[in-house]
Design a protein around this ligand. Structure first.
Ligand code: B12
Ligand code: SF4
Ligand code: SF4
Length: 430
């Protein structure tokens, strides 16, 4: 295991008593460094190994080839870092309770919905740096301390490790949930060569009879045993999938252009969500200092106007930049194609036309993949325009007292996803 630190002076090996004292101090230091919680566990993930390979075997990882690439390194920490004895698992809150209401954005088809974890700066480096600071504290006390810090950056089974370290239970949405803090946090780990006392795993599964996330998932990606078919998950479709988004799933994505939060928004445990203390994760964190853009309140059409230079400059430091301009444009095209208006038909017709012109202005500019999604979006809007024209004709024929047309509208139409999230659980905004 590479030693990422350089201990200065020689110190005697730790006694059992001082190991317990050290683990308590690690937790204290973790809190001082801003982690919401720290737990310690060993390297035995045998209980989860079969589940993991069943998931891969069913191809639920889709095109995330890196999920299958590392053999048993993910489920056997010593194969990733020989000499690992204890794993320190940490969680860091990211939800900015001061940001624009997620539900209002989701319910407004003209607005762009960006997953709450991506409203501020990229978490990967931030978490690893913070873990490194924790490791440096440990190194001041322990001779021959070896470690490696991870956060979504290597073949590590982060959720099972967090559950074993007592940070929360694995919900039916597959996320780690703490009954007093919900699920809006990132996970990170220190693999260490220390033999520390382990914490009790979080044994109680807290979902009970609730199935809200399974029912509300717009694409029905959650199988009822806490297993996600990533190929259907909007997070995968918008971030991980590089190619063409399956046509049958496009209408279900609604206005979600980067990631998806529905299975957290509907989770009752999230009424206990803690506000993030990290300024880097605040939506008000100006990603581009010159423009002060906030990603929690942007319209699809405004984002569509960005050229590649604006995309790269504005999203400096944001995780969104990783998907690149072409994929960003692909996602926006799908959401523009999903727009439905509730205003008067004449108003809608005008807006549809504007959007079609905006979409067509980017044809033949980026690549064939983007063009294919633009053409799909234009087709959707055109067919809706034709529908509106028919509605207009029908309403001209409708005389006062003639409600026949209204009555034949399917009452379930109001329940059609993707814009409807029936209930959600977040603490009141500050
Ligand atoms: C691949 C991946 C994805 C994929 C696949 C999701 C998935 N559920 O597997 C996609 C792109 C869809 C995705 C989406 C999201 N992700 Co993601 N993702 C990962 C990643 C890189 C690997 C996860 C993995 O190993 N999946 C494979 C499955 C099989 O493993 P697993 O879900 O952990 O399942 C094991 C256990 O749940 C267990 N298990 C389940 N039920 C039971 C029951 C029993 C009895 C037992 C014994 C075991 C057991 O067995 C499984 C196999 O070992 C991790 C980072 C990491 N390295 O771990 C982040 C991670 C899981 N993602 C994270 C986040 C935040 C998200 C999103 C919320 C982002 C967003 N807003 O768009 C969504 C949420 C979607 C969802 N409901 O999962 C966070 C989760 C934090 C948390 N509180 O749990 C992580 C940990 C990243 C981080 N460092 O913070 N993600
Ligand atoms: S992130 Fe969205 S699409 Fe993915 S499982 Fe959760 S609700 Fe479903
Ligand atoms: S929404 Fe309900 S079923 Fe889903 S994770 Fe939360 S408590 Fe569990």
């Amino acid at each position: 295991m590479p030693n990422q630190n350089t201990p200065s002076t020689a110190k005697p090996p730790l006694s059992p008593k001082s190991r317990t004292g050290l683990s308590q101090r690690i937790k204290q230091w973790g809190k001082e460094l801003g982690f919401a919680d720290i737990g310690i566990t060993d390297t035995d993930l045998s209980k989860y190994e079969a589940d993991y390979f069943n998931w891969i075997g069913q191809n639920f990882h889709g095109e995330m080839e890196y999920m299958a690439r590392h053999g048993t390194k993910r489920t056997r920490p010593n194969e990733l870092e020989p000499g690992t004895q204890s794993i320190i698992s940490a969680r860091l809150n990211y939800l900015d309770l001061g940001s624009e209401s997620a539900i209002e954005q989701l319910h407004n088809p003209e607005q762009a919905y960006i997953s709450r974890y991506a409203l501020g700066k990229d978490y990967h480096k931030l978490l690893r740096k913070r873990l490194q600071l924790l490791a440096e504290k440990i190194a001041e006390e322990v001779e021959d301390f070896h470690y490696r810090a991870f956060s979504d950056s290597a073949p590590v089974l982060e959720r099972p490790l967090a559950q074993k370290a007592g940070l929360g239970f694995i919900g039916k949405n597959s996320l780690i949930i703490h009954p007093r803090a919900g699920s809006w946090f990132f996970l990170g780990e220190l693999y260490t060569n220390l033999d520390l006392p382990v914490d009790a795993p979080f044994e109680k599964q807290g979902c009970g009879p609730c199935t809200a996330c399974i029912q509300e998932c717009p694409t029905q990606a959650i199988l009822n045993n806490a297993v996600i078919d990533a190929r259907r998950c909007i997070s995968y479709l918008t971030i991980e999938l590089k190619g063409s988004i399956p046509e049958e799933l496009r209408p279900l994505m609604g206005n979600r252009i980067y990631g998806c939060d529905d299975c957290q928004l509907v989770c009752p445990w999230n009424k206990f969500t803690e506000d993030t203390e990290e300024s880097a994760f605040k939506a008000s964190n100006p990603l581009d200092k010159h423009q002060g853009n906030q990603l929690d309140n942007q319209s699809l059409l405004d984002l569509w106007q960005w050229d590649e230079a604006t995309f790269l400059k504005t999203l400096e430091g944001s995780p969104i930049r990783r998907i690149g301009y072409a994929q960003w444009t692909r996602n926006l095209a799908v959401s523009l194609g999903n727009i439905e208006f509730s205003q008067s038909s004449i108003h809608s017709k005008e807006l549809f036309r504007q959007i079609i012109i905006a979409l067509q202005s980017k044809l033949n500019q980026i690549n064939e993949l983007v063009d294919e999604h633009i053409l799909w979006a234009v087709e959707q809007l055109q067919s809706r325009l034709e529908g509106l024209a028919m509605d207009l004709e029908e309403s001209e024929l409708t005389r006062p007292g003639d409600f026949e047309f209204e009555q034949t509208v399917n009452p379930l139409i109001k329940e059609i996803k993707p814009f409807i999230v029936r209930k959600y659980y977040l603490p009141k905004q500050k």
